[in-house]
Design a protein around this ligand. Structure first.
Ligand code: ATP
Ligand code: MG
Length: 654
């Protein structure tokens, strides 16, 4: 295969990755004789001018970043490849794997590794944020871990310069929404705290092997980021240190103000292993105290609350690199002097009146199980008191739903924090029998319940699609949020009762047809044929014989008689037809007048019907004295001739 060389400089070696908007290749930079990674924009983006412009700007600003934990962007280029214009970014080639791959491999990372990687990622963010660049797409796929264990954040390509308006997030560019902040999900302008949230989600995954929120579609996940509380990471990984759990859950706070102030504060917190001591120190630092200069940076949290002007007070130095902080200090400086003095006096009094280690901030234990909340408070030197349980739809049974004092309140060590534990809420299951699914769903929803499993059953009593039965039964007490299983009617079961086929032979066609339908059978074909012994129009045979058991609506064929065959009939007809019989009688009695009678003889040769009775004269005889007679008789008839009532002879018609 022919080598592809971009811009006469970068020789493509192999594809190493595929993302939402680009393909990533390993390439050799012939000029500098080093491996690089080249990200080539997919065609559909290479045709979008608007996108290209943004892409270029962003890549250029990303190229300005230079930090050991950020994948270096070396070059941006365009070239013609097979007649198509392609756009590409040349980056530092990182030999290793993505953090996503690492998590997939290891499941849950150790506390040590979580801290290690998180600090490095936070360092990258700190550096980018200082340049006014927000990443906006922090996710494990965008964090490469090289063979030395260095974490390198890539893809500042889709990040905007932070002052640059709102984010337009389309799933095709952002890819996954598993790590987006609530404000990002709402489409709001985002700041560096949004990256902190995403890092929190990444840390959550490092700690638990799972993303904090999952659903089967992006919108569902985005909504969860906006309104759902993630399960504490420690619940999924008991080996996770409380310290890390606290940090992760704090980063995942919905309200940006409740997260860490910035990446620096996060790094401080991560690097401080003995968190509860650090917490105490930090909280006491809210009160102006004298500290050595080099400590100043570490006491960031102090700078918000303290008042300037006193040499003894510690507050943020005007040289601090964060512009946001400068703003805050500016506003602090314009406070009226008198007020400042008052506050100072109060603060100093406050400081002197209690030992600093006795003051600490109440953590949030909302949504923790009672047991965990108590542990969490006691670890920080606070006491827990369960004051009562209360019904709640919003908090699961057994979880803390209220705390007093509230989170972030400063209290003395040993203070009792009163907790209200959710009793969930018990509702009485409604009777759903006879309702359809939609009605049932509505009824359940009103009570905070929902439909569980459904199954169908035949029913003669309950109309199809209506509910026959439910589990739990009506009037059972159930926690809100529970499900009710339903059995739905499939209508009556079609009973297959066999029918015994009646005999139809010899019936008229009409009779047979009516009997067939009376039995619930169906008359299909009717054939007609001659029959020797079945009268015309009557049933000769049936396709299913008498006594057979068949299913309802079985089809049955009949053969109906057309009467006898033509030939036979003709013969018979001919036989039965009266014929002209010519009879010659030799009369030699010499009489002028005489009487001739012909009787039909029955089977016993007895005279029956009279077939001929005439008085004749000698004139009726021919020259040979023969009388010719003509009468009607059917074939085979036996008859007797009488002349003047005396038997003349017996004959048969043939
Ligand atoms: P999206 O485009 O939605 O951000 P993504 O981050 O997974 O998704 P890319 O950023 O295009 O996609 O990266 C794709 C893959 O290429 C990465 O997962 C990684 O394996 C590899 N990759 C990216 N950049 C480099 C690099 N500089 N060095 C080595 N491999 C890299
Ligand atoms: Mg990427």
């Amino acid at each position: 295969m022919e080598k592809i060389i971009l811009d006469n400089r970068y020789e493509i070696i192999e594809q190493i990755g595929l993302g939402g908007m680009a393909k990533v290749y390993k390439a050799k930079d012939r000029l500098l004789d080093r491996f690089v990674a080249i990200k080539v924009l997919k065609d559909q983006y290479a045709e979008d001018e608007e996108f290209l412009k943004k892409f270029n700007n962003e890549a250029q600003s990303a190229a300005k970043l230079n930090h050991v934990n950020i994948v270096n962007v070396y070059d941006i280029g365009e070239d013609l490849l097979e007649g198509r214009k392609i756009y590409y970014i040349v980056m530092e080639y990182v030999e290793g794997q993505t953090l996503k791959d690492l998590i997939d491999e290891e499941g849950k990372l150790s506390n040590h590794d979580i801290i290690d990687y998180s600090v490095q990622i936070a360092q990258a963010l700190k550096s980018a944020h200082a340049s006014g660049i927000i990443h906006r797409d922090i996710k494990p796929q965008n964090i490469l871990i090289d063979k030395f264990g260095l974490a390198k954040v890539t893809d500042f390509g889709i990040a905007r310069v932070s002052s640059n308006a709102t984010i337009t997030y389309t799933s095709s560019i952002l890819g996954t929404v598993h790590y987006i902040s609530p404000e990002q999900a709402k489409g709001k302008i985002v700041d560096e705290k949004s990256d902190l949230y995403s890092l929190g989600a990444v840390m959550y995954e490092m700690a638990t092997g799972k993303v904090p929120f999952d659903a089967d579609n992006s919108v569902g996940i985005a909504v969860m980021h906006i309104q759902d509380k993630a399960r504490p990471a420690k619940e999924l990984n008991p080996d996770l240190s409380d310290h890390l759990n606290f940090i992760i859950m704090k980063l995942l706070e919905k309200e940006p103000g409740n997260r860490f102030l910035n990446a620096t504060e996060l790094i401080d917190s991560l690097e401080n292993q003995n968190f509860s001591n650090k917490q105490v120190l930090e909280e006491t630092a809210r009160i102006p105290i004298v500290v050595p200069n080099k400590e100043k940076k570490k006491k960031k949290k102090a700078k918000k609350e303290v008042t300037p002007k006193s040499e003894e007070a510690v507050y943020v130095s005007p040289t601090d690199e964060e512009p946001e902080e400068k703003e805050k200090n500016k506003s602090l400086k314009i406070w009226p002097l008198a007020l400042l003095a008052l506050i100072l006096v109060g603060a100093v009094y406050h400081f002197m009146s209690r030992p600093k280690v006795d003051v600490l901030e109440v953590p949030t234990v909302i949504n923790l199980s009672q047991e965990m909340a108590v542990k969490e408070l006691e670890k920080r030197g606070l006491k827990a008191n369960i004051s009562r349980t209360e019904e709640s739809d919003d908090y699961d049974k057994g979880k803390v739903m209220k705390q007093d004092p509230e989170a972030n309140t400063e209290v003395k060590k040993g203070t009792t924090v009163n907790l209200v534990i959710s009793a969930g809420r018990e509702v009485s299951v409604p009777d759903l029998a006879g309702l359809n699914l939609t009605e049932a769903e509505e009824k359940l929803k009103e009570l905070g319940l929902s439909i569980g499993r459904t199954s169908t059953e035949y029913s003669d009593q309950v109309e199809k699609d209506l509910i026959i039965d439910q589990n739990p039964r009506s009037s059972t007490n159930l926690q809100a949020g529970s499900k009710v299983d339903l059995i739905i009617s499939a209508g009556p079961e079609e009973k297959i009762e066999n029918i015994e086929v009646p005999s139809l032979i010899g019936m008229s066609e009409e009779q047979a047809a009516s009997l067939i339908s009376q039995y619930g059978l169906v008359l299909r074909n009717v054939d007609y044929t001659e029959s020797e012994d079945v009268e015309k129009g009557n049933v000769i045979s049936q396709s299913i014989s008498e006594g057979t058991l068949v299913a309802p609506q079985s089809q049955i064929d009949l053969v109906i008689s057309n009467g006898k065959k033509e030939k036979e009939k003709d013969k018979e007809d001919r036989t039965n037809q009266a014929k002209n019989v010519d009879l010659r009688l030799n009369i030699n009695n010499g009489k002028d007048k005489f009487n001739v009678k012909i009787y039909k003889l029955d089977d016993n040769d007895k005279r029956s019907d009279i077939l001929y009775d005439q008085n004749q004269t000698s004139k009726d005889l021919d020259e040979s004295q023969v009388l010719q007679l003509n009468f009607q008789a059917v074939q085979n008839t036996k008859f007797e001739v009488l002349v003047d009532d005396e038997s003349y002879g017996v004959y048969t018609v043939n």
